[in-house]
Design a protein around this ligand. Structure first.
Ligand code: TPP
Ligand code: MG
Length: 777
């Protein structure tokens, strides 16, 4: 076992004369010590920290010293981002005016995430492993920025952030500054495919990324606060859907730093014994790494990662050699280290390190308080930046070489910029799935059936990069012919009466909208294709996830190096108005409302009125990139309208006059009956027929809208119609009655608003009162 002196000798060999007495700081007696069992600082009450036994491997003393210095560099950069405007390497005494006027960012999670990142780098280099990093606590933006800067990927995509002192200065200045980069792991940072601003989705993204990526290991860092969210709690079961033969692995690293924003975490205060029982029951084998002595934790974490890696590869090798036998028990790590590790233990007698007070900015008034400014300077200098960056401010070579190179860097790995791996789906000709329609309203059919046939053949043609996700409704949604091509994915025990279950299945049925949406997001973000279907009412369970994904796509547009991704496609087949078995409990139409509140470049909303239109719309959605496509089409037997040629033309226009239901002879109608959605289409066609039958001489025009966004102005949406086209459909001054099974305001917004005369949830009615668009009743 190396002695402390040996370790120091190695550090001294790197050129420093003024070495600290141990790797980081000489421990001073403090009123507070770290209690690893509870993941928190506690009052020392005269106790000195107990020195944990020092493991003598797997790191050589030299490697241990270097990794620790790398860690110091990453920690230093995190603090620099939060605090500094100038003087990035502390070449001169720190002055108040060099501190940012507004201190933003999260320090607390950063040292732990830096530690993990650096140890994953070692693992990647050792095994030439294909590993990506997901920061569940995405507020650890400083950490991911710092690590991608140190590995070189940040500079590759943000060329102004050069690897020198000026680059460091800019890195710091731009962090969480208007016109700069966000505080979280947004798309600006090349080593992230997960924003993590809304906590809870790290594991579903990780599993989505691992599906069909047999060599990939997704290291998923989960905050102990994050682990209290229901989506995260519910995502541990993802392991029941991970097949070691064809899928990669997820290595969950539960980061128990003990605190969330201002309170302790449930799991931080749960005993290791109980955590072991909990996670064992969930199908994992937990490894515990705990402490606040960097030397000890470095060794423990390195050894544990080695063990986990070996275990993952053994599981995979066995399954790949002998075939799937049963669901394996996958390793995971529980990491207990202090929140804000290495920051001042206490300030003004109040404990900081190892407490919730380290969550964001541990010293919040440094510009105003000279004593705190001194504490900050001493804290920053404790990392010895002069040993980490050379005269020009470049990260010193012997540390930089600890990072992997090229695409093995976690910021260079193409899975994190999935568009680099995206290949077009092999899509059969959708017109060959046409439903034969001798004439409008002459056939009754369940629209999604043919779509199911289409998906079945997409599965056959794309055996490794297309998946369908669903909260157990594939059958119910009439998409069950996909089960002729593949089965429902399931790793747990099966019995003879089960229906179409298999570990090889590619239909991912799990009764969790969070898992469906999140797995699909992870799958798409890593360069594949897919869709999920849901009852309309329950899709709202993931409104917020959809918003987050749409925001990610929106922000990606600012970074051309983020290559286009396949769109996220959602099919709502059990819509609010035909929930015959369920009634009011299953009725809510807000999913589309919420989506349309996002920026128009990203959101597409389609209401195909029948089977052939549904095929045409979905073919378009599967070929599109960087959108969220929401398609609403009922599954119940309903009248069908258009043959395939008509459907093609209608869908490519987005909206058109249905001549068979119209009797205006191409002239001005007395009334325009407009509709979007299958049930409103039936109601509207029936209304047109009744009016023509019972109101002699009335001229009626029927306009069907498939692409809702076409109603917007071209200034508001790229699909929006200009006024001429709008008037060509809706006329200049005829009253328009628009049937739409959603909230009125959606349509009202796109016509000019006038006093509302009558409207219901199932029919919004307008008259034209004010040009240039339309008035609403
Ligand atoms: C769903 C959600 N709710 C609340 C927040 C606000 N929030 C930001 S950070 C945080 C605490 C996170 O604690 P933890 O996951 O333990 O992260 P760490 O301790 O590593 O900072 C909270 C509650 C959020 N980002 N997302
Ligand atoms: Mg925490």
């Amino acid at each position: 076992m190396p002695t402390k002196e040996q370790t120091l000798e190695v550090d001294q060999a790197s050129g420093s004369k003024s070495r600290p007495k141990n790797l980081d700081r000489t421990p001073k007696p403090s009123k507070f010590i770290f209690d690893a069992a509870l993941s928190t600082a506690v009052a020392a009450n005269g106790q000195r920290p107990t020195k944990a036994p020092q493991p003598d491997g797997p790191l050589t003393p030299e490697m241990l010293g270097k990794m620790n210095r790398y860690w110091r560099a990453a920690n230093y950069l995190c603090i620099g981002q939060i605090y500094l405007f100038e003087n990035p390497l502390l070449r001169e005494p720190l002055k108040a005016e060099q501190i940012k006027p507004r201190l933003l960012g999260h320090w607390g999670t950063s040292p732990g995430q830096n530690l993990i990142y650096i140890h994953l780098n070692r693992l990647i280099k050792k095994h030439d492993a294909n590993i990506i990093y997901i920061a569940g606590p995405g507020h650890g933006g400083p950490s991911l920025n710092a690590n991608s800067y140190l590995e070189g990927t940040y500079t590759e995509v943000h060329q102004e952030i050069t690897p020198d002192e000026n680059g460091l200065r800019l890195l710091f200045r731009k962090f969480s500054t208007p016109g700069g980069v966000p505080s979280h792991c947004g798309p600006h940072v090349p080593n992230s495919m997960h924003e993590g601003g809304e906590l809870g989705y790290s594991m579903v993204h990780a599993f989505g990324a691992a599906f069909d990526n047999p060599n990939l290991i997704v290291a998923c860092i989960i905050g102990d606060g994050e682990s209290e969210t229901c989506p995260l709690e519910g995502s541990w079961k993802s392991v029941n859907f991970l097949n070691p033969v064809r899928d990669g692995a997820v290595l969950p690293i539960l980061h128990l730093n003990g605190y969330k924003i201002s309170g302790p975490t449930v799991q931080g205060r749960t005993s290791d014994e109980d955590l072991k029982a909990l996670y064992t029951g969930r199908g994992y084998k937990p490894y515990f790494v705990e402490g606040d002595d960097p030397e000890v934790v470095h060794q423990l974490l390195a050894g544990t990662l080695d063990d986990c890696y070996a275990e993952i590869r053994t599981i995979q090798q066995e399954a790949r050699q002998s075939g799937f036998k049963k669901q394996p028990i996958w390793p995971m790590i529980v990491l207990r280290t202090p929140k804000g590790w290495t920051c001042p233990k206490e300030v003004d007698g109040i404990p900081i390190e190892g407490t919730f007070r380290a969550h964001q900015v541990p010293l919040a008034t440094v510009r105003e308080n000279p004593k705190h400014l001194k504490i900050l300077e001493a804290w920053m200098r404790s990392y010895k930046p002069e040993e980490l960056f050379d005269q020009k401010g470049r990260f010193i070579a012997e540390l930089a070489e600890l990072a992997p190179t090229g695409d093995r860097r976690m910021g260079g790995n193409p899975h994190v910029n999935g568009g680099r791996l995206l290949t077009a789906l092999d899509i059969p000709d959708f017109t060959s799935y046409a439903l034969d329609i001798p004439g409008p309203g002459q056939v009754v059919a369940e629209a999604p059936r043919k779509l199911g046939d289409f998906f079945r053949d997409i599965f056959k043609l794309n055996p490794t990069n297309f998946r369908m996700f669903c909260p157990d409704e594939t059958d119910s949604n009439r998409l069950n012919s996909v089960l002729e091509a593949t089965k429902r994915c399931f790793m747990a025990e099966t019995v003879s009466i089960d229906d179409e279950l298999s570990p090889d299945g590619r239909v991912m049925e799990v009764l969790s909208e969070h898992c469906c949406q999140g797995w699909l997001e992870g799958y798409l973000l890593t360069g594949r294709h897919g869709m999920w279907s849901s009852y309309e009412a329950f899709a709202q369970v993931v409104d917020s996830m959809l918003t987050q994904h749409a925001k990610w796509l929106e922000q990606c547009r600012d970074f051309p190096w983020r290559r286009p991704l396949a769109s996220l496609n959602v099919l709502l087949t059990s819509h609010a108005w035909r929930n015959d078995h369920n009634g009011f409990s299953h009725q809510a139409t807000g999913f589309v409302d919420n989506a349309l509140a996002r920026r128009s470049e990203t959101i597409r909303v389609y209401y195909p009125p029948d089977s052939n239109c549904l095929l045409s719309v979905f073919d378009h959605c599967l070929r599109s990139r960087n959108y969220v496509n929401i398609v609403t089409c009922g599954k119940q037997p309903q009248l069908q309208w258009l043959n395939m040629d008509e459907a093609l033309e209608h869908c490519s226009r987005g909206a058109s006059i249905w001549k068979f239901a119209t009797n205006d002879g191409g002239g001005e109608p007395d009334v325009v009956l407009a509709c979007a959605g299958d049930v409103p289409t039936i109601e509207t066609c029936a209304t047109a027929w009744l009016l023509q039958k019972y109101v002699p001489g009335i001229k009626v025009r029927v306009v069907n809208v498939v692409d809702l966004s076409i109603l917007m102005s071209p200034d508001d949406h790229p699909h929006g119609m200009d006024n001429m086209s709008f008037d060509a459909l809706f006329t200049k001054d005829a009253p328009v009655i628009f049937a739409f099974h959603n909230n009125r305001w959606l349509i009202h917004t796109w016509f000019t608003v006038a006093p509302m005369k009558a409207a219901s949830m199932c029919a919004a009615i307008w008259i034209r009162a004010r040009p240039p668009r339309r008035s609403i009743w």
